[in-house]
Design a protein around this ligand. Structure first.
Ligand code: GDP
Length: 297
């Protein structure tokens, strides 16, 4: 049986009585448990360190008040620091403020849920925000990729750019933007090719597309179950392409979602949305509170 972090912290700290403030050694003992909880949630090591430093700063010397047990007080400090690191109380909406057509570039590893998420976002923008959306797949390597997006497009009643065999990603992107202009579309969603691991060619290709379409949003799609790799993944995509936001998929899975904290902390970029299932309506705004509770256990 695992105790929750809250139980463990109460066990350590509630024996403190008759003192005015949390001492350094009380806090260090508590931080050991926080570190353990974060590692169990697959938060990347370097991120664990930065996060615990932040908690230490807030907790050492904090006044113990009579009405709250010390354990609960530290739980609150840790929880608040987690919510703050994950982006605070507000969901961060997609930025579509530009003259249409506005481009959204979708990037990420193969299998992360990029194509599905493209269709989910297109559906949401069409239904909720009444935007006219055109989707295009720039994945010319995986034979069925463009067709996969076309099938999803029919399911969510969103137009996809007609497939022209043999066209390269940059040409497809240009064609998508020009069709969108002609057709009066508000938003163009571009689904780029993914690989099983990060590679320079993939990043260079996405960067070339970015230079052509000048996207309002470049969304990194990443599986919530990504473990220690999350840091390398987020850092690489952000450095090479420039990410404006993150979409975490498979929040419906078993993982505790430590990748959310890792990616947010290394890039400083907001987590904007989360994928909550295979179905095309399985997309929700990111809720820092909900994920904070889950990471801390
Ligand atoms: P891509 O290679 O990144 O384009 O990935 P796909 O969009 O093809 O998705 C790969 C698999 O993950 C598919 O079976 C999707 O249905 C599934 N998937 C995508 N997003 C989610 C999600 O949020 N939750 C779950 N459970 N499955 C998802």
């Amino acid at each position: 049986m695992f105790d929750t972090l809250s139980d463990r912290l109460s066990g350590i700290l509630d024996k403190i009585t008759g003192r005015g403030a949390l001492s350094e050694s009380d806090v260090e003992e508590a931080l050991r448990e926080v570190r353990r909880a974060l590692l169990e949630a697959d938060v990347a090591l370097e991120v664990v360190k930065t996060f615990t430093d932040k908690v230490r700063e807030k907790a050492v010397g904090a006044e113990i008040v009579k009405s709250v047990k010390p354990g609960q007080m530290v739980v609150k400090i840790v929880h608040d620091a987690m919510v703050e690191t994950l982006g605070g109380g507000e969901a961060s909406a997609l930025n579509l403020r530009a003259s249409p057509p506005v481009a959204i570039l979708m990037v990420g590893l193969q299998g992360s849920g990029k194509t599905t998420t493209t269709a989910k976002i297109a559906k949401r923008l069409t239904e909720r925000e009444k935007r006219r959306v055109l989707m295009a797949s720039l994945d010319t390597r995986r034979p069925a990729a463009q067709e996969q997006l076309a099938i999803l497009g029919r399911q969510v009643h969103v137009d996809t750019l007609p497939i022209v065999p043999g066209q390269q990603p940059v040409e497809i992107a240009k064609r998508a933007m020009s069709e969108a202009r002609k057709g009066g579309y508000d938003v163009v969603m571009l689904d780029t090719a993914g690989r099983l691991s990060i590679d320079e060619e993939l990043l260079a290709e996405a960067a070339a597309v970015r230079d052509i379409v000048k996207p309002n949003e470049t969304l990194l799609v990443a599986d919530a179950l990504t473990g220690q790799d999350a840091v390398v993944l987020a850092r690489n995509f952000d450095e090479k392409i420039g990410v404006s936001g993150i979409v975490l998929t498979r929040i419906d899975g078993d993982g505790r979602g430590g990748a959310a904290l890792s990616m947010r902390q290394v890039t400083g970029k907001p987590i904007k949305l989360m994928g909550t299932g295979e179905k095309l309506d399985g997309l929700e705004d990111f809720h820092p509170e909900r994920i904070a509770g889950r990471i801390l256990g």
